[in-house]
Design a protein around this ligand. Structure first.
Ligand code: ZN
Length: 380
């Protein structure tokens, strides 16, 4: 999930918000201020409903943020890098780089989030009970009670044992611990995610038919998202397993043809393009990679502008390049591949370009690896 705007860093992790959060924020605040609060606590001024609705929605998102930050902090403590936290349509995501090294780490990283939501829920619940006991009622009590309920619901929903929910990771940790087989554990959790997604779609549509309206559709939408994400996790797990032990040097195309950034696009198209076998051209300066031109980028330059445009101008800039070490595990490189370089990585040794890894190199390696996985059962 892409962040539309960054709101800062928490515990050293960049936090971003996707625009879709605004939709959910609006729906929650509006639902509370215009419907739920006036129904439960009538005869209050409109501004009080609006204030209570807006504040409850803000605190809800702060709770969501605390949930994700706890995943990020525990992941870091367990040796994982966290590239960012993004709040979006279906809650939050803490983007972890790499995978937990053992089932225990997986359990801690996944478990802490729902635990934090639960603690927040009980905190607000306790606060609400105290207020009720001292005779304070009204909107403040309503907002606290809603916050208690929604956070406990969040904790419970998140521990449903199905990927990509936290509960799916807990299930994965358990199966991993029991079988010693990480890939199998991921596949089990992903299949469970598929089943839960299908159930939610069924339930949501049934509710919709029975007149639940938006909330039914919402449930079905979450189910649809779960199915997509679970499928992706299963493919990812199988790919990770197929590529285990494969180094960048094993799959790269060594010593690719290169060009200088000063060459014009016209020169390249007229004299080099047809002799050139690949669809990406690294630019080097004295052996150092300084850019990467893909044929798609060249194609984007109109014919009349080609003689006035240099390759350096159409290239992915040096700071957008994905660089890899020949001895690096291919599995560690995959999450770094970026859109600018069109999924390609330049392999550098001693500061000099020694190879290039393209998406077709990777898919060939996956095919070979999955054949190997079929031939030799994974060690227990
Ligand atoms: Zn979580």
């Amino acid at each position: 999930m892409r962040a539309s705007f960054r709101i800062g860093r928490i515990a050293g992790v960049p936090v971003g918000v996707n625009w879709s959060v605004l939709v959910i924020f609006g729906l929650i605040a509006w639902g509370l201020a215009a419907s739920q609060f006036p129904r439960s606590y009538p005869d209050q001024p409109t501004w009080a409903y609006v204030l209570a609705g807006l504040s409850a929605a803000v605190v809800f998102f702060l709770g969501l943020l605390a949930h994700e930050v706890s995943h990020a902090v525990v992941a870091k403590r367990n040796g994982l890098e966290v590239s960012g936290i993004t709040l979006w349509l279906f809650g939050g995501v803490a983007e972890l780089r790499g995978e937990a090294r053992d089932p225990g780490a997986e359990l801690r990283i996944a478990g802490v989030g729902p635990l934090v939501s639960l603690v927040i829920g009980f905190f607000f619940g306790g606060f609400a009970v105290l207020l009720a006991l001292t005779g304070v009622g009204g909107l403040l009590l309503g907002a606290l009670a809603w916050l208690a309920g929604i956070n406990i619901l969040l904790a419970v929903f998140n521990v449903l044992p199905a990927a990509p929910l936290d509960g799916g990771r807990l299930l994965r940790a358990a199966v991993w611990k029991a079988t010693g087989d990480r890939t199998r554990a991921s596949v089990v959790a992903a299949r469970a995610g598929w089943v839960l997604g299908a159930l939610l779609i069924g339930l949501g549509l049934w509710q919709f038919v029975r007149g639940a309206g938006f909330s039914g559709l919402w449930l079905a939408l979450i189910g649809w998202f779960l199915i997509g994400a679970a499928g992706m996790e299963e493919r990812h797990a199988r790919m990770g397993s197929a590529l285990r032990g494969v180094r960048v040097a094993d799959v790269m195309t060594p010593q690719p043809q290169t060009a200088s950034g000063d060459m014009t696009v016209a020169d390249f198209v007229d004299h080099y393009l047809f002799a050139y076998r690949h669809s990406a051209l690294p630019l080097t300066d004295d052996g150092r990679p300084v850019g990467l031109v893909t044929l798609d980028r060249v194609r984007g330059i109109p014919a009349e502008a080609r003689s006035a445009t240099t390759l350096a101008e159409v290239a992915c800039r040096a700071d957008q390049l994905v660089l890899a070490d020949p001895d690096e595990q291919l599995n560690d490189l995959l999450p770094r591949l970026s859109e600018c370089a069109d999924g390609r990585a330049l392999v550098v040794a001693g500061g000099r370009l020694v190879g290039i890894v393209s998406p077709s190199d990777i898919s060939r390696a996956v095919q070979r690896g999955s054949l190997r996985d079929q031939l030799t059962p994974t060690p227990r």
